[in-house]
Design a protein around this ligand. Structure first.
Ligand code: NAP
Length: 278
């Protein structure tokens, strides 16, 4: 690599070819005058370790980590930020000269979108999170710290939801259950889809009674057309159904700040993507 080659970053996941992160980071780099490039690394779980090591060995400066690698990549990190450690999941790797640093920007990204971009009030809210994978790990503590009344984690594999309930219980009122056992005594203020079902065009049997006329449905998965979860929310009378474009841009901005020490303005990028759908 020559001295004036752009600094290399990327996103590693499986699947990852749908990712809009390269466009977002290119826009951030243009906006802030940073000389960097951003690559897509489509890598299955059994090649994760070798792919991360090779990217670092060949001069890579940092990686975003996405589905399904966020928990597994923790084992490849020398030191973790407090938020990544409490999550047990990493979405941002930084390759220093002597160490690999792991951080997690998903929670701050989601909260900035919900509170700043969408104007949602989280204090006192009841929240249902569907899914208990790497993304859920990153968002539960920041949601609880925003002062929720309650947070329920429902997952296809109940033992994973229960593991997260135990992990996060010290930060607030968390319960865990299967999709069939969700408490439906009152509709939730916010229903967050953090499953990866939509990536495969699938849906799961979520109960419609979780939604009332003032419920906001928020899908971490995003697409050019409304996702199956957003369609489900709209069909069942949610006040709004929002895809996770805003979170994507906000968590990317936080990763960019970690890597480059400059905080990009997310609003023009959100506008340029023209996708702040609701
Ligand atoms: P992950 O670690 O692989 O976890 C996947 C989760 O989805 C698990 O809870 C899994 O349940 C569940 N699931 C998968 N297929 C399902 C199906 N057919 N029916 C019901 N549940 C199903 O993935 P992740 O990293 O948490 O990511 C989850 C989603 O969030 C992905 O679509 C990702 O792209 C998105 N995401 C978006 C942003 C953003 O910025 N907008 C940020 C982070 C993640 P089991 O435990 O039962 O297998």
């Amino acid at each position: 690599m020559t001295a004036d080659a752009p600094d290399r970053y990327g996103v590693i996941g499986y699947p990852v070819l749908h990712s809009h992160s390269p466009v977002i980071h290119r826009l951030f780099a243009l906006q802030t005058g940073q000389d960097m490039q951003y690559e897509l690394l489509q890598v299955p779980p059994d090649k994760l370790t070798s792919a991360v090591r090779q990217f670092r060995r060949t001069g890579g400066r940092g990686l975003n980590v996405t589905v399904p690698h966020k928990a597994a990549v923790v084992a490849l990190v020398d030191d973790l930020s407090e938020r990544a450690e409490s999550a047990g999941a990493v979405n941002t790797l930084t390759f220093g000269p002597d160490a690999v640093h792991g951080d997690n920007t998903d929670g701050v990204g989601l909260l900035r979108d919900l509170q700043n971009n969408l104007g949602l009030r989280l204090a006192g809210a009841s929240v249902l999170v569907l899914g208990a994978g790497g993304a859920t790990r990153g968002i539960v503590r920041p949601l609880l710290e925003a002062g929720l009344a309650s947070l329920t984690i429902a997952n296809r594999t109940v033992s994973r939801a229960e593991e997260l309930r135990q992990r996060f219980a010290r930060w607030g009122d968390v319960s865990a259950c299967s999709f069939e056992d969700i408490d439906l005594s009152e509709p939730y203020d916010l229903v967050v889809n953090a499953t990866s079902a939509g990536l495969k065009g699938e849906t799961a049997p979520y109960p419609a009674d979780a939604i009332g006329p003032s419920t906001c449905c928020y899908d971490l998965t995003y697409g050019l057309q409304p996702t199956p979860f957003c369609q489900w929310g709209a069909a069942n009378g949610a006040s709004r159904s929002v895809m996770g474009w805003g979170m994507l841009v906000e968590q990317a901005a936080e990763s960019f700040y970690i890597w480059r020490g400059i905080r990009p303005d997310t609003q023009p990028v959100l506008k340029q993507l023209s996708v702040n759908a609701s």
